[in-house]
Design a protein around this ligand. Structure first.
Ligand SMILES: *Cc1c(COP(=O)(O)O)cnc(C)c1O
Length: 302
């Protein structure tokens, strides 16, 4: 049995700090902005994915599980983080990857291979059956393995995300976070009982055409949470327009030079772009206190 907690075994830097950043539009209106630095939790393990896999790993250790299986795409931050953790913890890891990258593996898949992950490539159709037929096959082939679903919408994932709220050292009027599958946002909302009712949790949608996310998040929440003060803004996904993307990339470059914080164009870039644009549009009342959750994920930008 391990004698030290996972965060010690994996050399994680927790709780992640809250750093104040100076943004001109904010200062003009007496608004203060902080960043919750989940990007500093670990140089390899993406902060957001750590939050979501933590309790799966605790479960694996408590039950002496020696083998973990999970799913993801060819650039998945989730598989990347999990692969690294398993290698560090001496747990065998099998990654089921959607698409055939055998001939041209992504930098992330090369990392997985170097961390001794067994990679299995499956086509889209097989992948779609990962929660049904494929899952059954895997359970038969590996009866002792822990199979972790892709994404972060399980109860164990929510528990890890709740730590973000629990770690906050002061009160905020707005909490901003990027939204892809909605798992993180749902976890934040679920954990927000301790916050003042006036605190707004504002998700910034990073994917195009995800207008169903509100419904999805609502489904993930028990009834008593439905009146919580939360929203998803869909104006900043940069929907693949080349021109817009160039603008986003130059925004990230300028931000990286101005602040001692690295951002990338997939999650954190859109989050901070949205934050600054909403400041310009006076979305936040004068005097507001805002915290943006930097969820990490810099490996995905390669
Ligand atoms: C996966 C990921 C997210 C999105 O989280 P969801 O729970 O899918 O909404 C945000 N930031 C980073 C860095 C991620 O890797």
């Amino acid at each position: 049995m391990p004698t030290s907690p996972l965060s010690t075994q994996l050399h994680l830097s927790l709780p992640s700090p809250e750093h104040e950043i100076k943004l001109r539009e904010a200062q003009q209106r007496d608004i203060k902005v902080w960043v919750k630095r989940d990007d500093t939790i670990h140089p390899v393990i993406s902060g957001n994915k750590w939050r979501k896999i933590k309790h799966h790993l605790v479960h694996a250790q408590q039950h002496q599980i020696q083998h973990i299986i999970s799913f993801g795409g060819g650039f998945s931050n989730h598989l990347h983080a999990l692969s690294y953790c398993c290698q560090q913890l001496n747990i065998r890891f099998t990654a089921i990857v959607r698409g055939n990258y055998e001939k041209k593996p992504s930098p992330m898949l090369l990392d997985l291979a170097s961390w001794n992950t067994d990679i299995r490539y499956v086509n889209k159709i097989t992948y779609q059956k990962r929660d049904t037929l494929l899952l059954k096959h895997l359970q038969i082939e590996f009866p002792d393995a822990l199979i972790i679903p892709e994404g972060g919408s399980s109860e164990l994932a929510f528990q890890g995300v709740a730590d973000i709220i629990n770690e906050l050292t002061q009160a905020y009027d707005f909490i901003l976070a990027p939204v892809a599958s909605g798992g993180t946002l749902a976890g934040l909302i679920k954990a927000s009982d301790k916050l003042s009712l006036s605190t707004q949790i504002l998700g910034i949608g990073v994917l195009k055409g995800q207008d169903y996310l509100e419904e999805l998040v609502n489904e993930l929440l028990p009834d008593e949470h439905t009146n919580r003060n939360w929203k998803i803004n869909h104006d900043y996904h940069f929907g693949g327009y080349a021109k817009k993307n160039a603008e986003l990339i130059s925004y990230c470059t300028a931000f990286n030079e101005q602040h001692a914080i690295q951002i990338e164009p997939i999650y954190s870039g859109k989050l901070f772009y949205a934050l600054e644009d909403l400041l310009k549009r006076h979305y936040f009342p004068a005097g507001s206190r805002i915290i943006a959750i930097h969820t990490g994920g810099l490996q995905g930008a390669r």
